[in-house]
Unconditional design. Structure first.
Length: 80
C-alpha cells in the first residue's frame, strides 16, 4: 500500500516525516481533507486567516501529488 505524506506550509514548513498508508490517491485526498478540517476547527494554524496556508500530499518519492490551498476573505474581497 502506498505511503503518503501530508506537509503543511503557513510561512513555516511543518513536514510529515511519518506519513500514512492509503490504497490510493483518492483515499489520501480524503485524509488530507479531514486533516485540514481538524486544523481549521482546532485553530491550529493561526496565520491562515491573513496570509493563507496550504497542504501538500506527497508520495514516498517526495513527488507532490496534491496541493490544497486555504485562505480567508470576506465577501467584499478583503482579507481580515
Amino acid at each position: 500500500m502506498p505511503r503518503y505524506f501530508f506537509h503543511v506550509y503557513n510561512g513555516t514548513a511543518h513536514l510529515d516525516e511519518k506519513g500514512s498508508e492509503h490504497p490510493g490517491l483518492d483515499e489520501a485526498l480524503q485524509e488530507a481533507t479531514e486533516t485540514t478540517g481538524e486544523i481549521i476547527r482546532g485553530g491550529g494554524i493561526k496565520s491562515w486567516q491573513a496570509s493563507g496556508w496550504h497542504m501538500e500530499v506527497a508520495d514516498a518519492a517526495g513527488e507532490v501529488m496534491l496541493r490544497l490551498h486555504f485562505s480567508r476573505k470576506d465577501p467584499g474581497g478583503k482579507t481580515p
